[in-house]
Design a protein around this ligand. Structure first.
Ligand SMILES: Nc1nc2c(c(=O)[nH]1)N(C=O)[C@@H](CNc1ccc(C(=O)N[C@@H](CCC(=O)O)C(=O)O)cc1)CN2
Ligand SMILES: Nc1nc2c(ncn2[C@@H]2O[C@H](COP(=O)(O)OP(=O)(O)OP(=O)(O)O)[C@@H](O)[C@H]2O)c(=O)[nH]1
Ligand SMILES: [Mg+2]
Length: 468
């Protein structure tokens, strides 16, 4: 009995539904020629498209299409691959898929042929060394990309941009580890030896390089995950109006009646290609209205989960006692929110020309003044939002990345710092340094999959679509 990951697999590789062309593919560690003979009626020259009838068991043509045979290892998965490119109707493709399974069942070596699980083709490409883990993740990120910038960056990661950076760090680390470990074998000369080889200089250079990679990876992760922005404030300050203005569409209901928004309304927009998941919430106030109270509780939940909270104020009501009391109450509760996540926004600037000239109206540092109605100040808000998200353009091309990569790089940096600490004490503890360098090396290896637990791989590939 073969292990599951050695079974031949088949799937429809194209999106469900109707399309001009659809693809069924089979990947197998065993030769696919006998299966190809059955369906195509002949052998196929490697990596050449053949136009021919794709036949059912009784010899009837299911469709006329293109068939491609990629003998191992020169294929996407690194295994033997057969691709049937047919007309893209869901029934045709299902028939072809069923036909592949049936034909496989009739060949002894292929009798375990089964439907592929999500991501299983790419997982095999990874297991066969066609892609490393960061590249495999980029395949899925490219498919899921929701902005042009995300797609371009995913494509760069797929070409190995992140992997190359990680590889250079790894090479430096390996070099340093060899040096330190060799020194461990000659304890009496250790310090001279390390000094001569400039071990500390090497370590510091790796650290500096790592910081640079970490920064770029953080930008890449931002591009993939986006940030959660919540619009919060008292009723009627213009939260829903601001959501609509940012989204460029009438998504949320706007009325002069305080308490209009009851439930959260969310929309993803993009600024410079960075996805922003914006949530409009119910105005925060004490209320006896049951529905509104639930809405307000949801607002607070959303605030707790946000990366950035826009605390909206109404410029026309500044100075009113009840209004100020309401704002003070919210401010008190928001004190628990990390101040770097908070952005003060003063709305309705279009009506407050005389207010702005008033002496007592000095806005807090970093606050944005705008008008959701006219759009004035929105450009500045967008800039501030990106800055709060930690976004800054990087000169080199971006590559997409994941929070997982950022965490692995952070752990690498921690171990490097600990490694350095071991030689900055008297007497230096070279064995402990060597151990920290090993841990740094392992953490780095998690990114490309050199060191990865099976459950991590399962988690990553299960999120792919079927047929990928
Ligand atoms: N029809 C089709 N289009 C597709 C794919 C596919 O599998 N089939 N891909 C995937 O889903 C992507 C392309 N990825 C691929 C990656 C490697 C190989 C391949 O045959 N590699 C061989 C030969 C390389 C070469 O000729 O230089 C190899 O790695 O040895 C094919 C597709 C996107 N477009
Ligand atoms: N003049 C002016 N009026 C605005 C502006 N933004 C919003 N308003 C008005 O303020 C009122 C309330 O706007 P909403 O966007 O519904 O306010 P909200 O904060 O979502 O209110 P709730 O959903 O009740 O919490 C409406 O009459 C809007 O037209 C602005 O920039 N200038
Ligand atoms: Mg509202």
């Amino acid at each position: 009995m073969l292990a599951r990951h050695q079974d031949p697999i088949a799937a429809i590789a194209t999106a469900p539904g109707r399309g001009a062309v659809g693809i069924v593919r089979v990947s197998s560690a065993q030769d696919l020629t006998p299966l190809i003979e059955q369906i195509c009626g002949r052998a196929l020259r490697p990596r050449e498209a053949h136009y021919l009838p794709l036949r059912a068991a009784n010899g009837d043509a299911i469709d006329h299409g293109l068939a491609l045979h990629f003998p191992a290892p020169h294929s996407y998965t690194g295994e033997h691959v057969l691709e049937l490119q047919a007309h893209g109707g869901p029934v045709v493709l299902q028939l072809l898929l069923a036909r592949c399974l049936e034909a496989g069942a009739a060949v002894d070596a292929l009798r375990h042929l089964r439907l592929a699980e999500p991501g299983e083709f790419t997982q095999r490409a990874f297991l066969n060394g066609k892609l490393d883990l960061a590249q495999a993740e980029a395949v899925s990120d490219l498919i899921d990309a929701s902005t042009e910038a995300a797609a371009r960056s995913a494509s760069r990661a797929l070409s190995g941009a992140l992997s190359t950076e990680v590889g250079e760090l790894r090479d430096g680390l390996i070099n340093l580890r060899m040096l330190v470990e060799a020194t461990l074998d000659f304890p009496e000369e250790e310090i001279d030896f390390l000094q001569q080889a400039d071990a500390l200089g090497k370590l510091r250079r790796i650290q500096a390089r790592l910081e640079h990679v970490l920064d770029r990876t953080r930008q890449g992760a931002l591009l993939r995950e986006g940030i959660k922005v919540v619009l919060a404030g008292q009723p009627n300050v213009g939260k829903s109006s601001l959501l609509n203005a940012l989204a460029g569409a009438e998504l949320a209901i706007v009325t002069p009646i305080p308490g209009t928004t009851r439930d959260k309304v969310s929309q993803t927009i993009q600024i410079e290609g960075v996805p922003l998941h914006i949530t409009d919430t119910a105005g925060l106030r004490e209320t006896s209205d049951e529905v509104e109270r639930i809405g307000v509780a949801r607002s607070w939940d959303a605030i707790a989960e946000a990366d950035v909270v826009l605390f909206l104020h109404d410029l026309t009501r500044i100075g009113e006692t009840a209004y100020e009391a309401g704002d003070a109450e919210i401010r008190e509760r928001l004190a628990r929110v990390d101040p770097t996540r908070l952005l003060q926004v003063y709305n309705k600037a279009d009506t407050s020309a005389e207010l702005r000239t008033r002496q007592d109206l000095t806005l807090p540092e970093g606050a944005v003044q705008l008008s959701a109605k006219t759009g004035a100040g929105l450009a500045e808000l967008r800039r501030e939002l990106l800055a709060h998200a930690g976004w800054h353009a990087v000169p080199e091309g971006l590559f997409i990345a994941r929070e997982r990569h950022v965490q692995a790089l952070r752990r690498t940096a921690e171990h490097l710092a600990l490694a350095l600490a071991q030689v900055e004490v008297e007497p230096p503890a070279l064995d402990l340094m060597a151990e920290e360098l090993r841990l740094a090396h392992d953490a780095l290896g998690e990114i490309t999959g050199a060191f990865s637990a099976d459950d991590l791989l399962g988690e990553i590939f299960s999120r792919f679509c079927i047929g990928k």
